[in-house]
Design a protein around this ligand. Structure first.
Ligand SMILES: Nc1ncnc2c1ncn2[C@@H]1O[C@H](COP(=O)(O)OP(=O)(O)O)[C@@H](O)[C@H]1O
Ligand SMILES: [Mg+2]
Length: 243
């Protein structure tokens, strides 16, 4: 399912001066289309993935700090003003569920959830996350619990480096859960470095490069090529690195 078709940058090119327009990929971004239920955004550290994904999420109505739409807490203003310049082109359908996983603020999200849970007479929110405080689970366990128990489909899910917490076999579990949620009319937009996650069948992969953001085949990504080479030749590779 496609809820967000496209993002357009409406800031005139001649006015793209200050941050985030010091990032080349963002300066040259005029529009980006989402054609598949699953879109990955990959690229080097510092290439602008988080800046882009956060701006899309804020425009889609999420809290910049991450979480579901009901989470409205703020620890600091850390998002860029790219969000003012992006316009989302939506499809005729409206999502029922949503979640924004912001790479840097999962801890704050977990704390806020505990606070909500502690309110007398409040909804036992923990039950959605497997019945345990997210702080009492490992980062990976709690993220898997969230995928399985909290997300229910017809959703717009925007994740920034979800693999950070996940073992390789947990990433396989995540692929399976993604397929279930896609079959229940969900859209995923995921910034990632993971060669496992990007293997999701029939997904679009955008690579954020020095100058632009462009579509790339899975087997042409650095993550696929370098990981494959490394695993098959790690002794030789390490000696090439002088180790
Ligand atoms: N508030 C800020 N002010 C100025 N530069 C920033 C700010 N936040 C991030 N940057 C810079 O913008 C670039 C892109 O950052 P980011 O989108 O986080 O990259 P990625 O997620 O691809 O690793 C980086 O070079 C980073 O240092
Ligand atoms: Mg990032």
């Amino acid at each position: 399912m496609i809820y967000i078709h496209k993002v357009k940058n409406i800031k005139p090119i001649e006015e793209r001066n200050t941050f985030p327009y010091n990032i080349h990929s963002i300066v040259n971004l005029n529009e980006l289309g989402f054609r598949k239920s699953v879109t990955f955004i990959t690229g080097e550290n510092g290439s602008g993935k988080s800046t882009l994904v956060e701006a899309i999420a804020i425009n889609a109505g999420f809290n910049p700090e991450g979480g579901g739409r009901n989470f409205n807490f703020r620890t600091r203003d850390s998002h860029s003003n790219l969000f003012y310049h992006l316009k989302l082109i939506r499809s005729a359908y409206r999502e029922k569920d949503g979640f924004f996983l912001r790479a840097e603020s999962y801890y704050n999200f977990a704390s806020n959830m505990d606070a909500l849970d502690a309110e007398p007479g409040g909804t036992p929110i923990k039950q959605y996350y497997g019945g345990k405080s997210l702080h009492e689970q490992s980062h990976g366990e709690s993220f898997l619990a969230l995928l399985v128990n909290r997300l229910y489909g017809k959703g717009l899910y925007i994740f920034d480096e979800p693999e950070a917490a996940l073992s390789v076999s947990s990433q396989f579990k995540m692929l399976v859960r993604m397929k279930e949620l896609v079959d229940k009319n969900s859209q995923f937009i995921i910034a990632t470095h993971s060669p496992v996650l990007m293997a999701y069948p029939n997904a679009d992969i955008y690579v954020v490069s020095e100058r632009r953001i462009e579509l790339i085949d899975y087997e042409s990504t650095e993550q696929y090529k370098l990981t494959k080479y490394f695993v098959n030749n790690y002794r030789k590779f390490l000696s090439e690195l002088g180790l």
